[in-house]
Design a protein around this ligand. Structure first.
Ligand SMILES: Cc1cc2nc3c(=O)[nH]c(=O)nc-3n(C[C@H](O)[C@H](O)[C@H](O)COP(=O)(O)OP(=O)(O)OC[C@H]3O[C@@H](n4cnc5c(N)ncnc54)[C@H](O)[C@@H]3O)c2cc1C
Length: 340
């Protein structure tokens, strides 16, 4: 039997891949391309945003494991940092903070690789990878060559990019960001982070304090990956916060629910709050072995006896409860490498 996707995803679900390649050496990419023999592979980073099917993936899977961070001064204020795709995002954040570079300090605690971060424009606490990304080097499977896509070419949106809307077309090999020399973090925009750091909204705390505050706040709110316990098998939030019309935004606000504007100014309601209004809550059982996390409704966790099909069914139960009661459609966040 081939390598199990369950061994490489944080949900620990998923059957075998037809064939398995680990890309560790930047100079050896063409060997990886040759080894897939013209088939379109599924590319895996840290597996923290994947719902892999029980029957596995009917093709080659490439795990991106190249490491390395390089830096070049642009001028006195700015530094260009180029990161290999397999480098954990957490290591980039730690590097930037240690070097006194601002631009990614609020992304700490997001699991996974730097190469995957542009795919869904990973973000948190008002910061997203698109804010500082200047280019990616990517392999274009359609034309069989390495290309450079600048930020505009990546078509970043809220939790989306061209890599998400055209899945499988490109594999990101490196990510280049322009970070700013600063002892201070970007302004705090989230109320609970301001509270945790004991600063007003808009304050710019010292870089290391801001980064540590985010990780502590994420831990307190069940937003990090536990290493043991009932919530250890998960893929983070399972739904995107849905965009709402101005009328729906008013209704949600009137009922006491949070509505905020994303980086494009689009009003979005909190998917977790909507689910709670429909009777879902932390710890709720959705299917055999599939539960809302003990800390938050929007994270669905897996225990013994769960299957990917059961997980997908659990998500359908949640989404249809919200659709029935509010008419709002919830869209799943984890990517499905094959139909579940
Ligand atoms: C506890 C927890 C908290 C989380 N919090 C957040 C959060 O705050 N904000 C947020 O945005 N996300 C969050 N996530 C989701 C996830 O961590 C991010 O989406 C992360 O960027 C995924 O990285 P990964 O390496 O694990 O990607 P994977 O899960 O391996 O892959 C995700 C997608 O990216 C593609 N991909 C991976 N590598 C590449 C590459 N090199 N080139 C092209 N495509 C590639 C895959 O094919 C797949 O489509 C959280 C997840 C967990 C478990």
């Amino acid at each position: 039997m081939g390598e199990l996707l369950a061994d490489h995803t944080t949900l620990r679900l998923g059957g075998p891949a037809d064939s398995w390649l680990t890309h560790t050496s930047r100079g050896a990419w063409h060997e990886v391309v040759r080894a897939v023999e013209g088939r379109r592979p599924f590319v895996l980073g840290g597996g923290s945003n994947i719902l892999a099917a029980d029957h596995g993936y009917p093709g080659p899977v490439i795990r991106m494991a190249t490491r390395g961070i390089g830096a070049r001064a642009v001028d006195d204020d700015r530094v260009e940092v180029t990161v290999q795709a397999g480098e954990p995002l957490a290591r980039l954040v730690a590097y930037a903070v240690a070097e006194g570079l601002s631009g990614v300090e609020y992304l700490g605690g997001i699991p996974g690789t730097t190469g995957a971060a542009p795919v869904q424009n990973a973000g948190a606490y008002g910061q997203q990878i698109a804010d500082r990304l200047t280019a990616v080097a990517a392999w274009d499977w359609q034309h069989g060559r390495t290309v450079r896509l600048n930020a505009a070419g990546c078509q970043f949106r809220y939790r989306s990019s061209v890599f998400k809307t055209q899945p499988g077309r490109w594999t990101i090999l490196t990510v280049t960001l322009q970070l700013v020399r600063s002892a201070r973090a970007a302004p705090v925009v989230y109320g609970h982070l301001a509270q945790a750091l004991d600063v007003p909204i808009g304050a710019r705390p010292p870089l290391a304090e801001a980064a540590a505050g985010v990780v502590a706040d994420r831990q307190a709110r069940g937003l990090t990956l536990p290493i043991h316990g009932p919530d250890m098998r998960q893929a983070g939030s399972v739904f995107l916060n849905p965009r709402v019309t101005d009328r729906l935004a008013q209704e949600v606000r009137a009922a006491g629910g949070p509505v905020y504007r994303d980086a494009e100014g689009v009003p979005r309601a909190s998917a977790g709050w909507l689910l709670e209004q429909c009777g879902h809550g932390p710890g709720r059982r959705l299917a055999p072995g599939v539960y809302c996390s003990t800390q938050r409704t929007l994270t669905v966790t897996v225990r013994d006896g769960a299957t990917a099909a059961g997980f997908a069914a659990g998500l359908r139960i949640m989404a249809s409860a919200v659709a029935k009661s509010t008419g709002i459609e919830l869209r799943p966040e984890p990517v499905q490498p094959a139909l579940v």
